[in-house]
Design a protein around this ligand. Structure first.
Ligand code: BGC
Length: 281
């Protein structure tokens, strides 16, 4: 049984700032994607929940979305495959008739020392974590351009929130495929933001640090290991909760952030602040 540190998340109600909006979240059966899907629903958006392997998890997320009073649609797709992403967007067209918010979030890690990394490990991580995000961005931008702006729904034609990582700027030994994909996301989203700003499409990113997700919980084997290995890297001295990321996603999806475009928000308790220099280095 992995050990996990206690939650220290401050309470903060999510306001109904996304009423009438339609969202898609990939990799939403667990972890960050699940929290973002539920957060968007609590803010009033209907959500298409994409999953690949964990159908049971996706169903639980759908139930929470519905408990929040929003509609949920489930769709199984491998986001690295163009035809499956296109099918997913066609289902979204059928079920929701429009899209306002796209959160390409699916991500995996297949770690290895770089000199031993196989093509399969390289291609699968780049395929899901980078190409998958591009395909979702492309399909949603096509729709944003077609539907234009309806100010009763939002002042922008559409919002994309790419799930990146602190490893879009922090190099990561043993994870070269993952860091390369995340670094790629950073300039992909900025290029898209630049290209489509005049169409009133906003493209931003979220870069989480160490968050309590299934991907990370396995690493937390004991309080000692947590203190020694992880907190050392987190100046704010707590592990992040998926809700920390969901709250930032709701804000980026809402018109409250209307003038924010091409930005990445680091939700990391200061992990990017060169913690090795605390105390003078
Ligand atoms: C990874 C986590 C890791 C964190 C900080 C994230 O992108 O998914 O596994 O703990 O970065 O290193």
């Amino acid at each position: 049984m992995p050990w996990t540190p206690p939650k220290e998340l401050p309470p903060a109600d999510i306001q109904q700032v996304l009423q009438g909006q339609k969202a898609l979240v990939t990799g939403a059966s667990k972890g960050l994607g699940a929290a973002v899907a539920v957060g968007l629903a609590q803010a009033g958006a209907d959500v298409l929940i994409n999953y690949y392997s964990d159908e049971a998890g996706a169903r639980e997320v759908a139930a929470e979305v519905e408990r929040a009073g929003s509609k949920a649609v489930l769709f199984k797709a491998d986001v690295a495959k163009e035809d499956q992403v296109q099918d997913m967007f066609e289902t979204l067209d059928d079920k929701f008739g429009r899209i306002d918010i796209c959160v390409p979030n699916s991500g995996i890690q297949l770690n290895a020392p770089s000199h031993e990394m196989t093509m399969k490990q390289w291609e699968r991580v780049i395929g899901i974590n980078l190409t998958g995000q591009f395909l979702c961005c492309r399909e949603s931008i096509k729709r944003f351009l077609g539907q234009g702006i309806n100010k009763d729904i939002s002042y922008s034609a559409g919002k994309i929130i790419c799930m990146s990582s602190v490893h879009d700027i922090i190099p990561w030994e043993g994870h070269v495929n993952y860091a390369a994909a995340k670094g790629g996301i950073m300039l992909m989203l900025k290029s898209l933001a630049q290209e489509y700003a005049h169409n009133k499409i906003r493209v931003n990113g979220l870069s989480p640090g160490a968050i309590r997700t299934p991907m990370n919980v396995e690493k937390l084997t004991s309080p000692e290991a947590f203190e020694d290995q992880l907190l050392r890297l987190i100046p704010y001295k707590r592990i992040g909760e998926p809700e920390d990321v969901a709250r930032a996603a709701v804000w980026l999806a809402s018109d409250a952030s209307d003038y924010v475009n091409g930005s990445t928000i680091y939700v990391d308790g200061g992990m990017c602040l060169y913690p090795g220099f605390i105390g003078g280095g």
